[in-house]
Write a protein that binds this ligand. Structure first.
Ligand code: MN
Length: 236
């Protein structure tokens, strides 16, 4: 058994390193801007872009690295006293890093952005009806984000289509672009009749219910950008 596990681990390690899929904890780097600081003038000024990229984005990268390294250490010492704080730090900085990285790449100097590609046009038309309709909803949603946040045209792998979503602030305890592979409902409706307010009892017991075959399949699907809403095959 041990022998096989080492073989699989070695294989996955090599595959994922080759695909650049694995970032070691604390090793996130600020990606360089793909154009000079003044390239988006006059729409976005040089000073705005410099401060936004060099200071704001960098602080997300630093904060994400700090949180990951703290948690890696805490997992070893089993001393995760401020779990809520550090999970929030992960989400806040992780989402900040991911969304800013995407933001830089989806902008180009005036007149250099080209036209919507065939796949974009197909999916925009399919769901929104037209590019004009998508644009109107996107701008309205962006303008109406409550306080700070983002407007996001997102691919929903569960439904095979695009959607426009607002992200308030930007974390609310998620890292955008993440795909769920194992979820536990901790709303009271999931356990109150059985455990009343004893959520820890519920979660500890719930752990025994996990279908690890399904988790494995979901991980492989997620690595290919797919999220299924049904079980591949029921085995009970
Ligand atoms: Mn920003």
């Amino acid at each position: 058994m041990q022998h096989h596990r080492i073989k699989y681990e070695t294989l996955y390690f090599i595959q994922e390193r080759m695909l650049h899929m694995y970032v070691l904890p604390g090793m996130h780097r600020l990606p360089p801007l793909p154009y000079p600081y003044d390239a988006l003038e006059p729409v976005i000024g040089e000073e705005t872009l410099r401060i936004h990229h060099d200071r704001h984005h960098k602080s997300y990268v630093d904060g994400l690295n700090r949180a990951e390294l703290y948690l890696a250490e805490a997992r070893k010492t089993n001393d995760i006293e401020y779990i809520k704080y550090w999970e929030n730090e992960l989400a806040f900085n992780g989402s900040g890093h991911i969304l800013h990285s995407i933001y830089w790449t989806v902008m180009a100097p005036l007149g250099r952005g080209g036209q919507p590609g065939p796949r974009t046009v197909y999916h925009v038309n399919q769901y929104f009806g037209s590019l004009e309709a998508m644009k109107n909803q996107f701008i309205l949603a962006a303008v109406n984000v409550e306080a700070s946040g983002w407007c996001i045209l997102t691919w929903q792998p569960s439904w095979g289509r695009l959607e426009i979503l607002q992200a308030e602030k930007h974390q609310n305890l998620t890292e955008w672009s993440g795909i769920p592979v194992l979820v536990c409902d901790v709303w009271e409706h999931a356990y109150y009749l059985d455990y009343q307010n004893r959520r820890a009892d519920y979660v500890n017991s719930w752990w025994q219910l996990i279908n690890w075959n399904e988790v494995e399949r979901r991980l492989i699907d997620a690595m290919n950008g797919r999220v299924s809403l049904v079980m591949e095959q029921a085995v009970f």
